[in-house]
Design a protein around this ligand. Structure first.
Ligand code: ZN
Length: 102
C-alpha cells in the first residue's frame, strides 16, 4: 500500500521548489525570483525573456536570455547575454522595477 506524503510548494508557482518541510519553502519564497517583493525581471513589466530556437546545423541555440525594455535602463547591454552563458540570472531589487501588468 503506497503512502501519501504532504508536499509544500512555492506560492509564486516558480515550479522550482518542492519540499516536505514547510520551513524550506518559506525560506525559498523570501528569495524567489517570482516573489514581487524581490523586484526581479520575472515580475517586472519591462523584463522580457528571449528564446532562441535550436540550430541543428551549428548546434547553437535552444537557449533563453533576458532583456530589459525599460527606456530608463541606463545599461541595457547588460541584458544582452552571450549565448553560451548559461548563468543567465535575472536581476533582483531593481530600482526601475514596475509590477508586471496582468
Ligand atoms: Zn519560488
Amino acid at each position: 500500500m503506497p503512502i501519501r506524503q504532504l508536499t509544500w510548494g512555492c506560492q509564486f508557482k516558480c515550479g522550482q521548489q518542492w519540499s516536505s518541510k514547510k520551513k524550506d519553502i518559506e525560506k525559498h519564497e523570501e528569495s524567489c525570483w517570482k516573489n514581487p517583493l524581490n523586484k526581479s525581471c520575472l515580475t517586472c513589466e519591462h523584463g522580457k525573456e528571449v528564446r532562441e530556437g535550436y540550430d541543428c546545423k551549428t548546434g547553437d541555440g535552444g537557449c533563453a536570455y533576458r532583456e530589459c525594455n525599460n527606456p530608463n535602463m541606463d545599461n541595457p547591454e547588460n541584458f544582452k547575454r552571450n549565448r553560451d552563458d548559461t548563468r543567465d540570472l535575472p536581476w533582483v531589487n531593481c530600482s526601475l522595477w514596475e509590477n508586471k501588468k496582468p
